[in-house]
Design a protein around this ligand. Structure first.
Ligand code: ARG
Ligand code: ZN
Length: 883
């Protein structure tokens, strides 16, 4: 394990590699206890640089021998690197033989065991845990790989590219040879040796070529792979249609693995996936799980072009592939819904995640630009900023150059850089050059501040109506974080009359026909826009479809927001109005020491949304869901999580009571009677019905009613799909209903052999709203449960990560939450540093807490900091938290 204070790696220190590796010929004698790796590398000196020693990365390896051009050479170890004096020849063959111990590899980086199989994860720096190498993305080699293993134990042997040979060896062993024609960086290398079966499908792309698609899973899981396969085929079709990017591989494989640190990995031609993003049947997976599979399968598939064909020069450029690929998978998911309102529902979900996770990150100790400047452990920078904010940066480019312009920019990017390892600047330049008259091109330097500056910009908007002139002047001001310069903000805008009618947007100096929606582009701190030809007061609808990732202060009154909630033609802003109305009430209630009674106008507005004849049920579900405590905490200073939680619970209780009849109607009116399908037309109805059920069971606590809890219990028993079963169970558990216990027991008994469903069981209990310390007590109890283990990341996340993001169950006034947190960070760190450093981020925002919490949190973080042994991953997070 890499321990202690690793040196800070700076973006400005980038240097081209001193050597290139042209080909890598690898032979593995695979065995869980001891795997032998023989590597033969064709290496060339980079003659652009002065002659220097060959320094190879390597970690946790047992070196057996080193040969150059067949001769043994001397070597030394320096700062964790294997150093060889510069060979005489500019081109030579390096042969290395080493062993590794996959079964001891609990970090799940490099070659490791999961169940009875062996799997790899190399991004970002796992390849150096397999053999010595120049483990950096700008070194690209053509790989050929020979795998040898026991045939019974490991009947399936896979690596990247094409299978060129296979056969039996003596002593019950067999072999397979793979060759990958595409040069690739080591982080895209993969090996699988396991007892698996595959769903197979041949597809023909537009060029008339046939390709084999395979999804490998454990025996017995084959019928759970249909949705993943359909998603893969849809992704192939979409990328070819929208971006003219065809499948370039003869064979595209997906392998599902139980123990995996992340969602999935885009290894060339051999994607490895967390089972969570492959396996689904209606009985075991929820609507959200089906959507998650569709989007992750697409994401990894899209990486084949944006990531693999063009990769990153260095890890500071991570968003080059991740931001762009998230943008692409978001667009795909939106296109797949097939309706405007379902598209908006996707967008709302994406923005919700961005604001809860990324905005918090950008305000805390881990704040970093989309293109970071420095890191200790690169694995800590697979963040919401690099991914989600990075995707928003690409989305703004798309807004600025339009759909056609964006497609042209992509085409130019591939024309210039296919096969190369490049930078974020190269991408932005291609986009700008393909659209020379766009704001992107004319203000490219201002735009590129999005890559360089951390923090969430604030945008203030104030409007003034001039009745005499019939004009409306909108003043937009941006406030970047201290030290930051103004950024380029595309601000999509519409104006509505008080009666809800959309107004023409005619700027004072313009002539010609005016539309009712347009994008204003800010490049300076302040801009003023005057719209003319207006006959009355207007309500501005700004940042439509969330056109820039900023915090907006538009000073709108409740009355204004009610107009937008009733009439805005942009579904995102319509939803946003509902959230703003809720937020102001929740913040006021949290700040007051008295329970606050909810006002009738707000309740009536929610009722109108719920009963609206034309709105989509999925939209209604989102508009009637209160902002999360995590979101609200970012809108406050000196947060008292218990007070906030109490305020939120109290508002929910009142909405449950005052809208009781409406919830009962909603439940009945949104039952799905046709056969299960995870399509938006059904999932929206299920979501709304489940929200209604939760509110009705909550209200039963007040009224003493037993009918609704009884119905929920019945639904837990009879439901024919997991969305409804889990929805009913959630209603009982979240309301702390008496029937929750028997329902939980039943659920456990029924699904104890399905790890992914069992994860839901843990998650549900750890994520329940706290009440009298019961949720925290339950978390402690579940840590001792025979089904709990820290060795499986999904299980650890289900219990511990759910808990440390559950505000009132984690931030306790007696500090017991923080004490447990410190204990578990350390325990996890000795098993799996990447996982531990993620979990450690649960206290990122400790400085924003009220004093008593803050002091207790500081103490817990300091305790972790003082531990004698800490991985460099966890060390970086903890040090930054205390800085
Ligand atoms: N490239 C993968 C993806 O976005 C994720 C890899 C994450 N790696 C890590 N070390 N956290 O699909
Ligand atoms: Zn990715």
């Amino acid at each position: 394990m890499r321990e202690g204070a690793s040196p800070l790696i700076q973006r400005s220190d980038y240097q081209a590699p001193a050597y290139w590796i042209r080909t890598a010929d690898l032979t593995f004698d695979l065995d869980g206890a001891k795997t032998i790796v023989a590597s033969k590398l064709q290496i060339e000196r980079n003659t652009d640089l002065p002659v220097q020693a060959l320094r190879l990365h390597g970690e946790d390896l047992n070196l057996l021998r080193v040969l150059i051009d067949g001769q043994s050479v001397s070597f030394r170890h320096e700062d964790g690197l294997l150093v060889l004096d510069a060979p005489e020849a500019n081109s030579f063959v390096l042969e290395i033989r080493n062993t590794i111990a996959p079964e001891k590899n609990t970090q799940l980086s490099g070659l490791y065991a999961s169940g009875s199989g062996l799997f790899t994860q190399c991004e970002a720096e796992g390849f150096r845990r397999i053999t010595y190498f120049l483990d950096r993305p700008d070194v690209m080699a053509v790989y050929s790989v020979t795998l040898r293993a026991d045939k019974k134990k490991f009947p399936v042997l896979l690596s990247n590219g094409n299978l060129v040979e296979q056969g039996d060896l003596d002593a019950g062993r067999h072999y397979a040879k793979w060759s990958d024609p595409f040069p690739k960086p080591s982080y895209l290398f993969a090996v699988v040796a396991a007892d698996l079966v595959a769903r197979e499908q041949w597809v023909r792309t537009r060029s008339g070529k046939d390709h084999l698609l395979q999804i490998f899973v454990k025996r017995g899981d084959l019928e759970k792979t249909e949705h993943a396969m359909n998603s893969l085929i849809a992704s192939i079709v979409w990328d070819e249609a929208r971006f003219k990017l065809p499948l370039d591989l003869e064979r595209f494989m997906i392998v599902a693995v139980d123990d995996f640190n992340m969602g999935a990995m885009e290894n060339k031609g051999l994607n490895l996936f967390n089972t969570k993003y492959v396996l689904a049947t209606p009985a075991t997976a929820t609507d959200a799980d089906f959507d998650g599979i569709e989007s992750v399968v697409a994401h990894e598939y899209f990486h084949n072009w944006t990531g693999n064909r063009i990769t990153c020069r260095d890890w500071f450029q991570l968003s080059l592939k991740e931001g762009l690929t998230v943008f692409r998978d978001q667009e795909f998911s939106r296109d797949m819904t097939g309706s405007a309102s379902a598209r908006a529902v996707c967008r709302i979900g994406d923005v919700r995640r961005l604001r809860e996770v990324q905005f918090a990150e950008d305000a805390g100790p881990m704040a970093h630009p989309v293109r970071p400047e420095a890191y200790q452990a690169i694995d800590n920078f697979y963040t919401a900023t690099v991914y989600e904010k990075g995707a928003e940066v690409v989305r703004m480019m798309h807004t600025l150059v339009g759909r056609e312009g964006f497609a042209a920019g992509m085409a130019l990017y591939f024309q210039r850089h296919d096969g190369q390892a490049v930078t974020c600047d190269d991408f932005a330049q291609a986009m700008a050059d393909a659209n020379p008259s766009s704001h992107l091109a004319t203000s490219l330097d201002v735009f590129k501040r999005w890559y360089a500056q951390a923090g969430t910009p604030r945008l203030t908007a104030r409007g003034e109506f001039n009745a005499e002139a019939g004009s409306y002047t909108l003043t937009l001001r941006q406030h970047s974080t201290p030290g930051a310069a103004p950024q380029l903000l595309p601000v999509s805008v519409a104006l509505f009359g008080r009666d809800g009618s959309a107004q023409p947007l005619q700027l004072a100096h313009e002539s010609g026909a005016a539309g009712t929606e347009r994008v204003l582009v800010m490049t300076r701190a302040e801009h003023r826009f005057t719209f003319t030809g207006l006959t009355g007061e207007v309500v501005p609808s700004l940042l439509r479809d969330f056109s820039a990732p900023v915090v907006l202060d538009d000073g709108l009154s409740d009355a204004d927001l009610l107009v937008l909630l009733a009439h805005d033609t942009d579904a995102f802003n319509r939803w946003e109005a509902s959230q703003r109305l809720a937020t102001s009430r929740l913040l006021a209630a949290a700040a007051s020491s008295q329970p606050t009674a909810v006002d009738a106008a707000y309740v009536q507005a929610l009722r109108s949304v719920l009963r609206h004849p034309d709105l989509d049920p999925a939209f209604k579900d989102l508009a009637l869901t209160l902002p999360s405590a995590r979101f609200l905490m970012e809108a406050m200073e000196g947060v008292d999580p218990q007070a906030l939680h109490a305020a939120r619970e109290h508002l929910l209780d009142q909405l449950a009571e005052q809208l009781h009849e409406d919830w009962a109607w909603a439940w009945t009116a949104h039952q799905v009677r046709e056969g299960y399908s995870p399509v938006p037309a059904q999932s929206g109805r299920r979501a709304l019905a489940n929200l209604a059920l939760a509110m009705l069971v909550r209200d039963a606590r007040r009224s003493g009613d037993t009918v609704w809890p009884g119905r929920a219990y019945q639904r837990c028993k009879d439901a024919t799909n997991m969305t409804d079963r889990l929805g009913a169970l959630t209603a009982l558990v979240y309301a702390h209903a008496e029937l929750a216990e028997p329902a939980l027991q039943r659920f456990h008994a029924q699904f104890q052999h399905d790890p992914l469903v069992l994860d839901k069981w843990f998650m549900l209990q750890a994520g329940a709203p706290e009440r009298d310390g019961k949720v925290f007590a339950r978390v402690r109890q579940l840590l001792q449960h025979p089904d709990f283990t820290l060795n499986n990341p999904n299980r650890a996340r289900a219990l511990l990560f759910t808990w440390d993001t559950n505000p009132a169950a984690f931030h306790r006034s007696d500090a017991a939450g923080y004490v447990l947190w410190a204990e578990k960070v350390l325990e996890m760190d000795s098993v799996n540093p990447q996982l531990a450093s993620r979990f450690a981020r649960g206290l990122d925002r400790w400085r924003n807490l009220a004093e008593t919490y803050r002091n207790a949190a500081r103490e817990a973080i300091s305790r972790v900091a003082a531990a004698p042994k800490l991985s460099s991953d966890a060390r970086e997070i903890i040090d930054r938290a205390l800085q």
